[in-house]
Write a protein that binds this ligand. Sequence first.
Ligand code: FES
Length: 175
Amino acid sequence: MSNRRDFMGMALGGFTALGGIGALYAMKRTWDPLPSVKSAGFTTIDLKDYKENVLATEKWRGKPVFVLKQTKEMIEKAKKNGELKRLIKVNDDYYMVAVGLCTHLGCIPGYNPADESFLCACHGGMYDSTAMVTKAPPPRGLDIPPFKIDGTKLVLGETGPEYEKMLADGTTMKV
Ligand code: FES
């Protein structure tokens, strides 16, 4: 009788232990980020693929990111307006890279290449080709996402020294 009880006790203990391990495994799977989430933090783009005054919209962490290669005239204008610091320089080229969400209430502004400006149709806010606000109500220029320059590539989501400088001098807010 006692042998049988011992056996039942051991079997029950074994099941309990197995159940515990199973529960721990299930909990770990719940806590671990999905593989897609792990890789979604970074977006790598190659800046040599972009054309002057042609707006491209990329995606980073579910947000649209505008990339606009600047023409010579745009660069001159940005220099004059003191907005060159908003642009990312790679070799001899300059790029505007910004989160494509209006800083007023988050609509996506549209780009007009003819007058090189953005219009947010929601409340009429406007931005120039460096994505600096030129007409209220947006309170500031489009925000610049964290980036790191790697040759001609830009890794969005990584923080390089150029982005840190933009944060430090108030060129952009942290996204
Ligand atoms: S959301 Fe863009 S102007 Fe209001």
